[in-house]
Design a protein. Structure first.
Lengths: 112, 227
């Protein structure tokens, strides 16, 4: 009896109106088209990179929040899953510095 | 009893709720264990893909040779005009469509609609297989026509081939595994396994994996193909 009670609690746990999925689906199509257009119109420099990252974050956020139901989970789970990837920012920062250093060394040593 | 242990503190929200969930003498995360384990697996997978993308960033910054322009490399000829990144744009749309059908499958699963859930999951797997097929075409084109290798590339920086095959190869492997995974679960939905079990949460867990594959593609598309 305990088992069935648990099962039904969960089974109906993540049921949401179909309309919200359709809406997010359409949004994902639109934002993907925008990011493709960034390339199609040959945007360059800071504008290009800002738009690419902006559209990337919007799409990732929609997928995680709505399709993966993270929006409806309890805060403890959100924190457990979404906070650890932030340490990757440190790795990315360090590797960017290291890459610049290697580039400078190569320029000094090999390129005349 | 088990149900009580899962629902205690459910009325508390925000930080107080999170603190109570983690500190109280009960199960910390009130979700099915399979779902929590899938989330933790996806978290570890996030780190793997991030390491690939970070190493790609590192070699692209540090190379003194010109990086090939992905917009041209992955262009397709329609008639006589070359459309930049066309194949990749179509692949992106295929994957987003499959994510949408998967979300609908999870929804119909919770409504106990066996036929719709099975059909939508098989459609999702079909889109996944289409994606892998297009990727096979892309790889063949790059290897046979352009002569790109994991250790070199006639188009520019050698690191291009290494990063490309590593990142898209690992992602393609995830899509292929997902196609098999979804097909197996879809067949179990169809034969009534989850009706007898009394819960369709397995469909949602499979959905988490599939959406993650789409999520990774969002990052690869932005950082490798568009950058």
């Amino acid at each position: 009896m305990d088992h069935t009670a648990t099962a039904t609690t969960h089974a109906e746990g993540q049921q949401h109106p179909v309309a919200i999925y359709m809406y997010v689906w359409a949004l994902l199509f639109i934002v993907s088209t925008f990011s493709y257009l960034v390339d199609y119109f040959h945007l360059h420099g800071a504008l290009r990179w800002t738009l690419i990252l902006l559209f990337m974050v919007v799409k990732a956020g929609l997928i995680v929040a709505i399709f993966m139901h993270m929006r409806w989970e309890r805060l403890a789970l959100k924190l457990a899953i979404l906070v650890p990837p932030l340490c990757l920012l440190i790795l990315i920062g360090l590797m960017a510095i290291e890459g610049d250093y290697t580039f400078a060394t190569r320029l000094a040593a090999f390129v005349h | 009893m088990a149900a009580d242990a899962l629902t205690t503190n459910a009325t508390l929200d925000g930080l107080h709720g999170a603190a109570a969930d983690l500190a109280a003498d009960k199960q910390a995360f009130p979700v099915p264990w399979g779902k929590l384990m899938m989330w933790i697996f996806l978290l570890s997978d996030t780190f793997i893909f991030s390491c690939f993308l970070t190493s790609y960033m590192n070699v692209r910054i540090s190379t003194t040779v010109k990086w090939p322009n992905p917009s041209e490399v992955f262009g397709l000829n329609v008639g006589n005009t070359s459309v930049p990144l066309l194949l990749i744009a179509i692949m992106t749309m295929v994957l987003i469509t499959s994510s949408g059908t998967m979300a609908m499958a999870v929804n119909y699963g919770y409504r106990r609609n066996r036929a719709y859930t099975t059909a939508l999951m098989l459609v999702t797997a079909g889109f996944g297989a289409t994606f892998v097929g297009m990727q096979a075409f892309e790889w063949s084109k790059l290897i046979l026509q352009e002569g790109v290798r994991p250790w070199g590339s006639p188009l520019g920086a050698e690191q291009f081939g290494a990063s490309f095959f590593m990142i898209t190869g690992f992602h393609g492997l995830h899509v292929s595994a997902g196609v098999i995974y979804l097909t197996v679960i879809a067949l179990r939905v169809w034969n009534g396994f989850y009706d007898r079990k009394g819960s369709y949460e397995t469909v949602e867990i499979a959905g988490l994996y599939w959406h993650f594959v789409d999520l990774v593609w969002v990052f690869i598309f932005a950082l490798f193909y568009l950058w």
